[in-house]
Structures are given as C-alpha cells and as structure tokens.
Design a binder for this molecule. Structure first.
Ligand SMILES: [Zn+2]
Length: 394
C-alpha cells in the first residue's frame, strides 16, 4: 500500500543524523565527566566551539542540560545534565480508560494514574481528562508544567510511521485522520511522540518487565483488539510502513465475520474483548466492558470463563505462528484480557506449545507482563525517553 512521504526524513548521512550523533557525544561526555564548560566540552568531543554552543542551546531548550550562570562569558559557564527534575509523560488512550505515567529523564517512574473514560469519547473530552490526570501527577511530584520535557501517546490501533491511524480509521474512530501528536502538542505545549500500544507494551516489558535482558521478544497485547510489538536484537521493529505485528488481523478464516479493518475472519473477530462482549451479549448483556468481563470470570460465571478459555486457545494458535516465524526468546502477554490470569494463559500456553516447532519452542519463555495495567503508559515513557532505538539520548 502506497503511503505519501512528504516529510523530511533523516537518512544515515543527513545533517539531522549528524547533529543527533553530535548530541549523543555531548550527552555521553557530560554523563561520564560531570559538569563541564562549553570550551572543555568542545575540547573533549573534538567538535567546533560553535557546534557545541548550538547543541547546548538546543539541549537546554529541551530540558536535557542546565547551563550555569558563572561569570566569564557564555563558553565559560558550566553545563550539566539535568535529569532528575525534568519529566516525561507516557499516556495510554485506552478503549474505556486513560492512563498516564510520569518519569524523570533518568527513567525513574514517579507516578501513575488510570481513570475510566467512555469508549468513543471525543478528542476534547479525552484531552480534558488527560489534563486533569497530568495535573494530579504534577501535584504528587511537586512539579509544574514547566518541568515536563515531552510525552508519548499509546494508541490502540495501527498507525503509520507519521503517527496517523493507518488504513483502518474505524478501529479508533474518534481520532481518525487526526495528527494525534499534533493535537496533544497544541493542547499542552510539549512535543509528543505517538505509537501503537502493542509496540509500546513491548518497549515497557523489554526495559522494565518480563523481557529484561533478552535480545528478541514479542509482546502480545490482548485488549479490545489484539496486537503485537516486536523487538529484534534490541530494536523495536516497526515494519516498512509502521504497522508490524498486527496479530489481531491475521486471517484465521477468510470467509469469517467482517473485522473493523474491512477484511474478514481476522483473529480479532474470534479473539478480542470486542468479540467476547459480542458473544456474551445475548445471555449477559450486563457484561459490557473489559472490567465486567474479568469480574464475571473471577466470580466463576461459566459463559465468561468459556469465552476467555476459547480466546486463550485461539491466541495460542496465533502465537505459535509468531514463534515459528521469529523464534523469539520471550513472548510476553499483556493487556486487559491477560489480566484474567490462568483462565486465558493456560489454554494459550497449551496451544502455543503444541503448535510451535519443537526447536523454536525449546527454551522459549511465555510470560505474563508483570507491569499489569501500567504497561502501555510505561511504554509511552520509554518512547519519550528515546529507548526505542540503541544509543538513546538518555
Ligand atoms: Zn482485521
């Protein structure tokens, strides 16, 4: 599928990639040497003083470094990394809730809050709630809006590489055709990155959860729709047009039910919270949200348990295909359905193990995300910290 590519993208030899490399050098030097004057920074990095001066000004503007007010001119002032009292935000736009996590630039998570929001809420309603939640976190951290450097937003739908809902606007209609990062930036004044929630779940678990220390992992997010985030050799793999890992749109029955993406018989039409609620509606119309489904299952309601077990099995089949294709070290399952526990995980593990090639499955660890309901907002924090690529700035 062709995608317009009007943006100026940094190539390996471009000015912007050179500048990024120089920024990394300066940050790395400050990290190991502590506070330095700009003249000293130029000497240690072998960069021209004017280059150092320009980069320090940019880094200061973004909140990475603080420049002292010692006498002796601009180049005599001490420059130091400023990581503990500058913050990033990770925001999950869920189906039925909003979560926000806040962390220092040194990756210390200082707060998390989650609040219900009607599914299909408008952009304005959503941004109003996000603003309230950010306000609560700032109070808790004794910080102000000036201390926030930037944020990242997790969206429960496929996005193209420019952060716009790709090809399937019906999956998250309130935000269709919207520059999501742009709307956040316009409202709050900080830059915002945007990514698919499963990609961000993968980042969170890779850095802080079940994937720590591995080289390759796949995160399977089990929410209203299912999606996977893929990390290969330590790098988040986004695919050619940014829509890698759409496990929920794997075809399981080409003449099956229509999916929100416009195709038929995708995994999401068999296993997803949407499908679970649809299947239960004729006999249990009161079960109309993920939370109510989980409650019903934990109270032992047989149809709720049955539907979750069936979905665990279907997901296990999809996971086996992923295992045979990628041979990852770890598969992590997260999202609201994964919180149902053994009722989903046990049949999923059984099917995933049975259908994987023994040589691909040997040594595979299939784990539940220990990050629970925080996983997608924490993934936003990871993206805002630049942890999606090697050589992150901080
Ligand atoms: Zn689909």
């Amino acid at each position: 599928m062709a995608t317009d590519a009007p943006k100026d993208e940094p190539g390996p030899g471009s000015q912007s990639s050179l500048r990024a490399a120089n920024e990394q050098r300066i940050v790395a030097t400050l990290r190991t040497a502590g506070p330095l004057t700009q003249a000293e920074l130029a000497r240690r990095t072998a960069l021209a003083p004017s280059t150092v001066s320009g980069i320090v000004a940019t880094l200061a503007e973004r909140g990475y470094v603080r420049v002292g007010d010692e006498p002796g001119g601009r180049r005599g002032r001490l420059v130091q990394l400023d990581l503990e009292d500058r913050f990033v935000l990770g925001i999950e736009l869920g189906n039925g809730h909003i979560s926000v996590a806040m962390a220092t630039l040194s990756s210390r998570v200082v707060g998390f809050v989650r609040r219900e929001l009607a599914r299909g809420a408008s952009i304005t309603e959503t941004l109003d709630l996000v603003e309230t939640l950010i306000g609560e976190l700032l109070v808790e951290a004794k910080a102000t809006t000036k201390d926030i450097v930037r944020g990242a937003v997790a969206v429960p739908a496929p996005l193209d590489r420019f952060g716009v809902l790709s090809s399937s606007p019906r999956i998250f209609p309130a935000w269709a055709d919207t520059d999501i990062g742009g709307r956040f930036e316009e409202r709050f004044g900080w830059p915002f990155f945007v990514d698919n929630d499963a990609n961000l779940g993968a980042l969170a678990d890779y850095h802080w959860g079940a994937g720590r220390g591995c080289h390759s992992m796949v995160f399977v997010g089990m929410n209203y729709g299912f999606g996977a985030g893929i990390i290969l050799e330590g790098v988040l793999f986004r695919g050619a047009t940014g829509v890698s890992g759409e496990i929920g749109h794997m075809t399981v029955d080409e003449t099956g039910d229509f999916c929100q993406c416009g195709n038929r018989g995708c995994l999401n039409t068999v296993a997803s919270i949407y499908r679970a609620l649809e299947l239960l509606a004729p006999i249990h119309p009161e079960i109309d949200s993920a939370e109510k489904l989980l409650d019903a299952a934990s109270q032992g309601l047989p149809p709720a348990i049955r539907v979750l077990t069936d979905m665990g099995r279907a997901t296990g089949v999809a996971i086996a295909n992923v295992v045979n294709l990628l041979n990852p070290e770890v598969i992590v399952v997260g999202g609201d359905l994964a919180r149902a526990g053994e009722v989903v995980i046990e049949p999923m593990t059984t099917m995933a193990t049975r259908l994987s090639m023994p040589s691909a499955a040997s040594g595979l660890r299939l784990l539940t995300s220990p990050l629970g309901e925080r996983v997608f907002a924490l993934g936003g924090v990871a993206l805002a910290l630049g942890l999606d690529s090697p050589g992150a700035l901080v």
